[in-house]
Design a protein around this ligand. Structure first.
Ligand SMILES: C[S@@+](CC[C@H](N)C(=O)[O-])C[C@H]1O[C@@H](n2cnc3c(N)ncnc32)[C@H](O)[C@@H]1O
Length: 166
């Protein structure tokens, strides 16, 4: 009987996790190996403007801020927003917006990084199509755009990271 409860709990736990991951883009940080791949794909120059959509605790922003790049993070979670602002207050080239990515204009971005969820990425594709200028590099962690072919794909463990150029 105890084993049955354990199995049921595991099963429903997994279903709940899967639903949340696909729907809500809950916080899960990019590890240094992933940031290394993102960095290679972004191939930034001094005048690039980099957006991290759902910037979490700001670790991606910090990586690029150290290169002197203009970085913008958008994060709707109040706590993560406060933590990242505190961590990155020493970088005058970083702006972190507390809000929803769908309320912000992305037209000045030259590099966009997003590690969200399947459903949010689908919605983001339309926004990027409408707002971003030609030549913008889009780096998606884990999820993908439908119908668009990535220029490059690399995996960190089992997690794919894709580069698209509009
Ligand atoms: C998987 S985490 C990635 C965090 C960070 N970009 C990184 O790679 O370490 C996704 C983040 O996106 C944020 N997020 C999800 N949907 C959002 C939205 N619509 N607007 C702003 N932030 C959002 C979550 O709060 C979470 O911090």
């Amino acid at each position: 009987m105890n084993e049955l409860w354990l199995l049921l709990t595991l099963f429903f736990g997994f279903c709940l996790y899967y639903m949340l991951k696909n729907k809500l883009a809950i916080f899960f940080p990019s590890f240094s190996g992933m940031i290394k791949i993102i960095d290679g794909f972004a191939d930034v120059e001094k005048d690039d403007v980099l957006y991290d959509l759902g910037s979490g605790d700001g670790r991606i922003l910090r990586h690029f801020a150290e290169k002197g790049l203009k970085c913008v993070g958008i994060e709707h979670n109040f706590l993560l927003n406060r933590i990242s602002k505190k961590k990155l207050e020493v970088y005058p080239n970083v702006k972190i917006i507390h809000g929803d990515i769908f309320d912000q204009d992305l037209s000045d971005a030259t590099v966009v990084i997003a590690y969200l969820s399947r459903i949010v990425t689908k919605r983001l594709q339309r926004k990027i199509e409408n707002e971003c200028k030609k030549g913008t590099r889009i780096i998606l962690v884990s999820y993908k755009f439908s119908d668009w072919n990535p220029i490059k794909v690399r995996k960190w463990l089992w997690i794919p990271i894709r580069l698209y150029v509009i």
